[in-house]
Design a protein around this ligand. Sequence first.
Ligand SMILES: C[S@@+](CC[C@H](N)C(=O)[O-])C[C@H]1O[C@@H](n2cnc3c(N)ncnc32)[C@H](O)[C@@H]1O
Length: 214
Amino acid sequence: MDAAVYDAWYQTPRGSWIGDVEFKLLLELLEPKKGETLLDIGCGTGYFVRRFAQEQGLSVVGLDPDQTWLRFAEGHAVAGEQFVAGSGARLPFLERNFDRSVAVASLCFVEEQRQFVNEMVRVTRKRFAIGLLNRASLLYWQKGRHGGSGAYQGAHWHTAAEIRALLEGLPITNLVIRTSVFSSSGGCSSRWLERVLPRCLLWGSFLVVAGDRV
Ligand SMILES: C[S@@+](CC[C@H](N)C(=O)[O-])C[C@H]1O[C@@H](n2cnc3c(N)ncnc32)[C@H](O)[C@@H]1O
């Protein structure tokens, strides 16, 4: 998909609402502090990189294997964000290089999943958060089955149990799993559901797992 087209989706009424809901949950679980360093693995066009840098005052590095999307992200940087080409499965950084790390809708496109989470935890000093597509959600039944459609094509939809098993044995603690975006239409009923349903109800399409590095 074209980078500009992908990024412009976040400016549509539905995309902007989903982006806000996802960002809010990520912030809640990642608990970043102003001035800290953050690595965004699979940053794509840099939507979340920009938000973490501009709104939270973090020093952010975005990493992605797609050079075209990285160039777009670089060209739209707002607060000194830096970008590096690479794969989440082989991070070009030293152990505990970043205070925090995040990966949003990128692990679901990666085959070497265990290697990806190993690497993510290795370069993190304090806390990490991984945003995923939830198989136990309405959106999976609408857009995820049979290989998926649109932007979801080829994506792996995780269950909470699967992600727990994937992280088993890593040097992490205080694992938390929450979801949001219970209905993704972005209309009045979606917004209402988002206000009333608890994040610990694991039926939202955006599944986030977060934990502390030991
Ligand atoms: C759906 S996009 C998400 C982009 C961005 N995080 C967002 O939420 O807008 C998936 C991203 O994962 C990236 N990706 C695919 N394989 C990857 C890998 N091995 N390591 C890191 N990122 C990868 C893709 O290049 C793409 O930018």
